[in-house]
Design a binder for this molecule. Structure first.
Ligand SMILES: C[S@@+](CC[C@H](N)C(=O)[O-])C[C@H]1O[C@@H](n2cnc3c(N)ncnc32)[C@H](O)[C@@H]1O
Length: 409
């Protein structure tokens, strides 16, 4: 059941989307639909007030599951800050603020606090929640936190990190045929949004051909021997050259420009991306013929983006090969790519469990359960990946020491 505020917001988002569709002669791209549903000023899912994360929200992320996650990310950050002799952290999309609070608390105990912890957050509502969370969990460190309205211009040294943000960037959705490519967009029929296709523009069609070619072109072992395929059903042959007629998937055209805008000012240091996704050759497997769109509403995941736009999260898995294509030309060196499970093992989650639990067996048992949720292959362990880029320094990263999937990109 929607409350009155939600019903009103739904009506306004519907009106906005319907107006755009009418103004565009009955069709808008899915990329535009997703952009408006998530980011329309004052109305989109991330721009308007909604509970979103954690218990009572729409989805639960790794930092919400356990403080172990932030502790492990902090240990990775400490290693980089130590090598740099200090620096700042910029977190993009900080959700409830839990990750920031956990990172800062652990960095303090490691004697490696950043000069400043900056947060670039698009949602005014979540900014407020982050402020409250930091005041509550780490009041003496809250003064180190600064919210930014836009990516920093001034060069800085340190770390840029983002957990589960890339998956929210709007995607182009396409349908492939041997003799043509269609772009899937959105039309309105009897007041309801529905999928509608049209011939893809030359730019979209070219990009789909490039994806198909590069999805089938990677090295033979593409993670298969490292257990990276997890629930992906990956095989050791390329994927893209086997798309059947009617194959539907998506790609994120703005990934490059967006990542460059948020990492551009990093002079020396590391960028850490955490998200669910795959290397391209696993992403575009023939059996994943309906793409990877996932929507979240009140802890329920489904694949219908037209259900209550503005009130639900809409996401797509990250093509980590595309992310690599975006970061490499920007002067970053790919320093690591692995599953979340192996990142947490490499950063010492077992040690962190002992640190947090002390002698308390009950706390240890609770943490062990949380660690299973973060690490088991059927939970978050393999679907989620960690990727690290370095600029201007060369430092071994403990989080990526146990598994190296860079060759699979
Ligand atoms: C799925 S939540 C993840 C939150 C948090 N990182 C966590 O793991 O719990 C996505 C977060 O990114 C923010 N966000 C989404 N798109 C953004 C953008 N383009 N720029 C900055 N923040 C963004 C959202 O408001 C939200 O805080």
């Amino acid at each position: 059941m929607l409350n009155d505020d939600e019903v009103r917001q739904l009506a306004r988002v519907h009106e906005l989307l319907a107006g755009e569709i009418a103004a565009a002669a009955g069709w808008i791209s899915f990329e535009r639909f997703m952009e408006l549903a998530l980011y329309a000023p004052g109305l989109g899912y991330y721009s308007a007030g909604a509970h979103k994360l954690g218990v009572g929200g729409d989805f639960t992320t790794a930092p919400e599951i356990s403080g172990l996650y932030g502790a492990c990310v902090a240990r990775q950050c400490a290693e980089v800050l130590r090598a740099l002799g200090g620096g700042s952290i910029l977190e993009i999309g900080a959700g409830s603020g839990r990750l920031a609070a956990d990172i800062l608390a652990r960095l303090e105990s490691l004697g490696q606090l950043p000069a400043e912890y900056r947060i670039l957050e698009i949602s005014a509502d979540l900014r407020e929640r982050q402020r409250r969370c930091l005041e509550q969990r780490a009041p003496h460190l809250a003064a180190r936190v600064r919210w930014l309205d836009r990516p920093p211009d001034a060069p800085f040294d340190g770390i840029v990190l983002a957990n589960e943000v890339l998956d929210a960037l709007p995607v182009v959705r396409f349908r492939w045929y041997a003799d043509r490519v269609e772009e899937l967009g959105v039309a309105l029929r009897d007041g309801r949004f529905e999928w509608a296709s049209r011939p893809a523009s030359p730019a979209v069609a070219d990009e789909c051909r490039r994806l198909r070619a590069t999805a089938g072109a990677g090295p033979d072992d593409a993670g298969g021997r490292n257990g990276a395929e997890g629930d992906t059903g990956a095989r050791d042959t390329g994927a893209g050259d086997t798309w059947d007629d009617g194959y539907v998937s998506e790609y994120c055209p703005r990934l490059g420009a967006w990542t460059q805008s948020v990492t551009g000012a990093l002079r020396t240091g590391a960028v850490l991306w955490f998200d669910y996704g795959l290397p391209r050759r696993h992403y575009y497997l023939p059996e994943r013929h309906e793409g990877t769109l996932i929507c979240h509403f009140r802890q329920r995941a489904h694949d219908d983006p037209f259900l209550d736009p503005g009130l639900q999260d809409i996401t797509a898995w990250v093509d980590f090969t595309r992310l690599a294509e975006a970061c490499r030309p920007a002067g970053f060196e790919l320093a690591g790519f692995c599953t979340q499970a192996l990142f947490l093992a490499g950063t010492g989650i077992d040690h962190e469990m002992r640190v947090i639990a002390g002698d308390d067996d009950h706390v240890f048992a609770r943490l062990a359960q949380q660690a299973r949720q973060l690490m088991l292959p059927g939970e978050m362990g393999e679907r989620f990946k960690a990727m690290a880029w370095l600029r201007g320094i060369d430092v071994p990263l403990r989080g990526f020491a146990l598994q190296d999937l860079r060759h699979s990109l």
